[in-house]
Design a protein around this ligand. Structure first.
Ligand SMILES: Nc1ncnc2c1ncn2[C@@H]1O[C@H](COP(=O)(O)OP(=O)(O)OP(=O)(O)O)[C@@H](O)[C@H]1O
Ligand SMILES: [Mg+2]
Length: 459
């Protein structure tokens, strides 16, 4: 029993004992014999003890229940309520306390629901979220943050520099203390693969004394890369167009100046025409690329006999092959049909063969092979040419990329061919890759879907 219980118990016991003793003492003299008197005292004492116990129970039962209720609420149990009914003001107390308990339970539920919602939102964000307290200790980070910065251990109450070791992020967060406006900028991430994140950090709340810092990080590596490719593209395209244009202008001015011998004038005109043709080719390629980028799926699928198409192409290229003293062969006699856009496939093969001719020295060999693979055809264009350095192998499919820009420009190439080829192959649902060895040769391998058995006959 608690102290309060003892006090009430002692009080009730003394009152009842007093009453029993008073009853005995006030009885007329000689009313009890010695033994009967003793028995009466004992019975009186026991009775008073029992009575006191009853009084204590009755007085303390409500308090006991209230204590139990608050204990249950504190430990998270929410179904306990006060159920007594004394028919007096204690009942009103029970009703009031039960209402308070109901409200508390509702508020706890609501707070838990909100916390779960916030947790779900933070977990599903690909952006990294970081919240710092006013002492710059970490309050929370979301899974996106962990993923972005590769941090997996406990972070709570640690500093940012301890956790992610990126001084640029630390500097950015420090800057939020000097301004109430958000600090927004790209931050390069060190380590592993080079990445760029766009960080957006701000002290909160917007008004009043600061309570902490909130920062959101978004991986913009790919966006920035595409941006750079576009900027380079415009710069490259302008440069490539400008070169022949400068030449045209120069020779046209010379012509306009007059006084040229007829054969010199003719040479001027030839140069003008050659450069104009180059400009037209370049613009055609640029338009083709732009068309492919904007309507990648607009290809017309038909059954195509690749063996026949390759043979026809090799015949068409016969003059160029013999003037370059190259031997070109199709090594496959028979192959299943492809299911693709005939014009696109022709364009791809022609581009790869033209490259093989262009980048193979006299006496070299060019081989085309077609091999069925599950639901694909794997087509290989192989040469014994100059080869492609390893560091350039991924880049040759970029627009305007040329391994040796001077040599390429001399032969009038612009570096758009393979960019178009890759687009066309992908638009047909295939892939392209290159294998090469310097001085030994290059092998371009691409895939196109195979025609289904029941498709219309090839044209
Ligand atoms: N078969 C090959 N052997 C060696 N190098 C090659 C071969 N094919 C392509 N390359 C290299 O890849 C670069 C890009 O090729 P791509 O076909 O895109 O451009 P290009 O041939 O220079 O110009 P274009 O095809 O637009 O007239 C070439 O400049 C060349 O350096
Ligand atoms: Mg080319």
């Amino acid at each position: 029993m608690k102290r309060l219980h003892w006090k009430i118990f002692a009080l009730a016991a003394s009152i009842t004992t007093g009453l029993a003793l008073a009853a005995v003492l006030l009885a007329p003299a000689g009313a009890f014999t010695g033994l009967t008197f003793l028995k009466l005292v004992v019975v009186g004492l026991l009775g008073s003890l029992a009575l006191s116990w009853l009084v204590v129970r009755m007085a303390l039962d409500p308090l006991e229940q209230i204590r139990a209720l608050s204990g249950q609420l504190a430990t998270g149990r929410r179904d306990q309520r006060l159920l007594w009914s004394y028919g007096d003001e204690r009942d009103a107390t029970a009703i009031a306390l039960n209402r308070t308990a109901d409200r508390l339970v509702r508020e706890i539920d609501e707070a838990q629901r909100e916390a779960q919602q916030l947790e779900a939102v933070l977990s599903s964000m690909v952006e990294g979220v970081l919240v710092l307290d006013v002492q710059d200790r970490i309050l929370l980070v979301n899974p996106g943050f962990r993923e972005l910065f590769g941090t997996w251990g406990p972070v709570r109450d640690r500093t940012v520099i301890e956790v992610i070791r990126q001084p640029e992020v630390d500097d950015l967060l420090a800057e939020t203390k000097t301004t109430r406006a958000p600090v927004i900028r790209d931050v390069p991430l060190r380590g592993g693969a080079d990445r760029t994140v766009l960080a957006h950090a701000i002290r909160f709340p917007a008004k009043g004394p600061p309570a902490g810092t909130l920062a959101v990080f978004q991986d913009v590596t790919e966006v920035r890369r595409v941006d750079k490719v576009r900027r380079d593209f415009v710069a490259n395209a302008s440069h490539e167009l400008r070169t022949p244009l400068t030449s045209i202008q120069g020779f046209a001015e010379t012509l306009a100046g007059g006084g040229l011998a007829p054969e010199d004038a003719e040479r001027c005109l030839e140069t003008i025409l050659r450069n104009a043709a180059r400009m037209r080719d370049l613009i055609d390629d640029l338009m083709e690329l732009s068309r492919l980028e904007n309507e990648a799926t607009a290809t017309e699928l038909t059954r195509v006999d690749v063996v026949r198409l390759t043979r026809e192409l090799l015949v068409d290229l016969g003059k160029r092959l013999s003037s370059a003293a190259l031997d070109a062969h199709l090594t496959t006699e028979d192959a299943p049909d492809a299911w693709c856009d005939r014009g696109a496939l022709e364009h791809v093969l022609e581009n790869l063969l033209t490259n093989a001719i262009r980048y193979t020295d006299a006496g070299g060999q060019i081989r085309v092979g077609i091999e069925p693979k599950a639901d694909l055809l794997e087509i290989t264009v192989e040469d014994t040419g100059i080869g492609i350095p390893e560091q350039s192998r991924d880049r040759i499919f970029e627009r305007f990329y040329r391994v040796d820009a001077a040599r390429s420009r001399a032969v009038g190439s612009t570096g758009l061919g393979l960019a178009i080829v890759r687009h066309l192959v992908q638009a047909m649902g295939g892939t392209i890759r290159v294998e090469s060895e310097i001085g030994v040769g290059s092998r371009f391998i691409f895939t196109v879907p195979r025609a289904p058995e029941d498709a219309e006959a090839a044209d």
